[in-house]
Design a protein around this ligand. Structure first.
Ligand SMILES: Nc1ncnc2c1ncn2[C@@H]1O[C@H](COP(=O)(O)OP(=O)(O)OP(=O)(O)O)[C@@H](O)[C@H]1O
Ligand SMILES: [Mg+2]
Length: 251
């Protein structure tokens, strides 16, 4: 199964969710591949890859036709492989603009290795540009991480409409697997109100599991460790392992 983590809003926990979910799936001994589609390479750095070692990355695969297998490498986490992100992804929209089939480059690149993994997780950049479109056409499902604040709901409506436009234009794209409430701070009254509103509106499309705001989750990337290696007994580790179980039940 191929799963994209998508939201054009920045800083909503896409990368944290992609890395933590990939690690949670790998912990169940499922062969897992994390693909970093962000020019910042945050998911790759979070897994302990040095900035100088990002290349060859998903940029060479998508923009230069490098065979994907030659850019994928093992991570320090057992059963988890990674295709890093790279700086040149920043110019992907321009570089792909004249390419025929520019929306399905990633899907085609994934073909040869699809059967080598049980799960592939794609960490998308905070935009709805061609990289995210490529992720959506290559994936079976997508997850939208969402922070419970007032502007979030409005952004969500726009995002859903954008995905429908992409679907109308391209045909088969990923289905929404669920909305993930992240960075939840229950000390704020507004948090519970907004969560109730989102659940009221989107019902079963919202994952039961909610991810709390957690200092440990924020710290883990700077140590190049997943939350399960950095703080296995934290609320973040518990949250993401529950979410992985919820997803495995749903698919
Ligand atoms: N549950 C959480 N608790 C505390 N901090 C978190 C949590 N989830 C993410 N963060 C922190 O919030 C910041 C943004 O998270 P993250 O990088 O995962 O978001 P993103 O959506 O990938 O951002 P971007 O759009 O820039 O790629 C990071 O500093 C991250 O460590
Ligand atoms: Mg990110």
């Amino acid at each position: 199964m191929i799963l994209s983590i998508v939201n054009n809003k920045g800083g909503v926990g896409k990368t944290t969710s992609a890395v933590s979910l990939a690690a949670a799936f790998a912990a169940t001994k499922r062969r897992t591949l994390l693909i970093d589609l962000d020019a910042q390479g945050s998911a790759s750095l979070s897994l302990g890859i040095a900035r100088a070692d990002l290349s060859p990355s998903s940029a060479e695969v998508i923009l230069e036709g490098l065979p994907i297998a030659s850019a994928i490498r093992p991570s320090l986490v057992e059963h988890l492989a990674i295709l890093p992100g790279g700086m040149t992804l920043a110019s992907a929209d321009l570089a792909l603009s004249d390419v025929k089939g520019r929306e399905t480059v990633l899907k085609a690149a994934l073909g040869p290795i699809r059967s080598a993994y049980d799960l592939v997780i794609l960490d998308c950049p905070p935009s709805l540009g061609l990289l995210t479109v490529n992720a959506l056409t290559a994936s079976d499902f997508f997850i939208i991480p969402l922070t419970p604040d007032y502007l979030a709901l409005e952004g969500l409506v726009n995002l859903m409409e954008a995905v429908e436009r992409i679907r109308a234009g391209i045909g088969k794209v990923a289905e929404l697997l669920g909305i993930l409430l992240t960075l939840c701070d229950y000390r704020l009254n507004a948090t519970n109100e907004i969560i109730a509103m989102i659940r009221g509106h989107y019902g079963r499309k919202v994952f039961k599991t909610e991810i709390r705001g957690s200092v440990r989750l924020k710290e883990a990337p700077s140590f190049g460790k997943t939350i399960f290696d950095f703080a296995p007994h934290s609320s973040g580790a518990d949250g993401y392992s529950k979410l992985a179980k919820e997803i495995l039940k749903a698919i």
